[in-house]
Design a protein around this ligand. Structure first.
Ligand code: GH3
Ligand code: MG
Ligand code: MG
Ligand code: MG
Length: 312
């Protein structure tokens, strides 16, 4: 951050601490054939608590990225042997989108067209050498902050605001790739639909905010019981799980979950409990819609047979 005249030292320090806290574990790759340039950048970025990796040319950089695909920022020189900065950026952009990884171009060349060329190749930003420590930090932080904002927006778009579980759209998007992966690795999958029983009467008896609390309560138990699975709020008081295990194993887990729900009162009122009905189906090579429909049919049977039960 640039220290402005009107910003108090305290405020500045707070922002810096907040930034450094964010940086902790954030991986940055510095690519330059000049050892002293690499050492210099590494020194300044390490002060910011960034996790700095280094490479001396494009090919080496691609190797480091193979090992660390979670690198969030690449700072690359232009003139390097083996593979120059432009080619490296083009290769990176075929694998990592701009909203996934930031790239800052770096060069001491006097050619004024260089910055435009860097940006056109897919860099987010450009710094010309020599640069001040302050400028480096401003540009690095700005680019990392941009990525963090994108992460927040993406997460907000994928989740349900009330329960913070994934939403229906994300479930379909992710469900298809979980299915493809399971098929490739020949691993079992099963899918369950869960619906809170007589939920309307919770709202009618205790009010809408208690209804909301019950939804959050059930969501918490879902997270606790199925940490490895894809859990989503499907609709009002309906949830859907894609289990990374076969029907038999899921059945046992779901029975435990069902009992846990029935036996845990709401945190705000020990007299209020809810129960859930569940339909479970194995996943074969049908489409996701068809599997959901099958689980839904079983959920309907669970309701018909008296609720607070699981039908496989
Ligand atoms: P059943 O046992 O057959 O499932 O009965 P039910 O009362 O649970 O089912 P019904 O579909 O009749 O009612 C669902 C209710 O869920 C109606 C709706 O007002 C309520 N609901 C949906 N979304 C929310 C929410 O976000 N918050 C609250 N408080 N209520 C919600
Ligand atoms: Mg160079
Ligand atoms: Mg219901
Ligand atoms: Mg319902």
């Amino acid at each position: 951050y640039v220290v402005k005249k009107n910003i108090s030292a305290y405020e500045y320090a707070c922002r810096l601490v907040e930034r450094i806290h964010h940086n902790y574990r954030t991986k940055v790759l510095v690519v330059d054939d000049s050892r002293s340039a690499v050492a210099n950048l590494k020194h300044y970025l390490s002060i910011q608590r960034l996790n700095v990796l280094t490479a001396s040319n494009g090919i080496e950089a691609l190797g480091v990225l193979e090992q660390h695909p979670d690198i969030r920022l690449v700072i690359t020189d232009y003139n390097m042997p083996e593979m120059d900065g432009f080619e490296l950026i083009q290769q990176l952009r075929s694998r990592f989108a701009k909203n996934q990884m930031a790239i800052i171009g770096l060069s001491s060349s006097a050619d004024p067209r260089l910055s435009a060329h860097f940006l056109k190749s897919g860099a987010n930003d450009f710094i010309s050498k020599p640069f001040s420590y302050e400028e480096l930090l401003c540009r690095v932080n700005q680019n990392l902050e941009y990525l963090e904002q994108i992460d927040l927006i993406r997460d907000a778009a994928n989740r349900d605001y009330l329960t913070k579980l994934y939403n229906r759209r994300y479930f379909f998007e992710q469900g298809e790739s979980v299915k493809r992966q399971a098929l490739r690795q020949d691993r079992p999958l099963s899918l369950s639909m869960i619906d809170i029983d007589h939920f309307k009467s919770i709202n009618d008896t205790y009010g809408h905010s208690t209804g909301d609390e019950a939804l959050k309560h059930v969501a918490g138990l879902l997270n606790e019981s199925f940490p490895d699975d894809l859990v989503a709020r499907f609709g009002g008081e309906e949830f859907c799980i894609m289990h990374r295990r076969d029907e038999g194993e899921s059945q046992q887990q779901l029975e435990n979950f069902r009992e846990k729900v029935a036996n845990s009162p709401l945190p705000s009122d020990s007299k209020i409990r809810v129960t859930v009905s569940i339909g479970l189906n194995g996943c074969c090579d049908q489409g996701l819609d068809d599997i959901i429909h099958l689980a839904d049919t079983k959920l309907y049977q669970a309701k018909e047979q008296g609720r607070n039960r699981l039908i496989v």
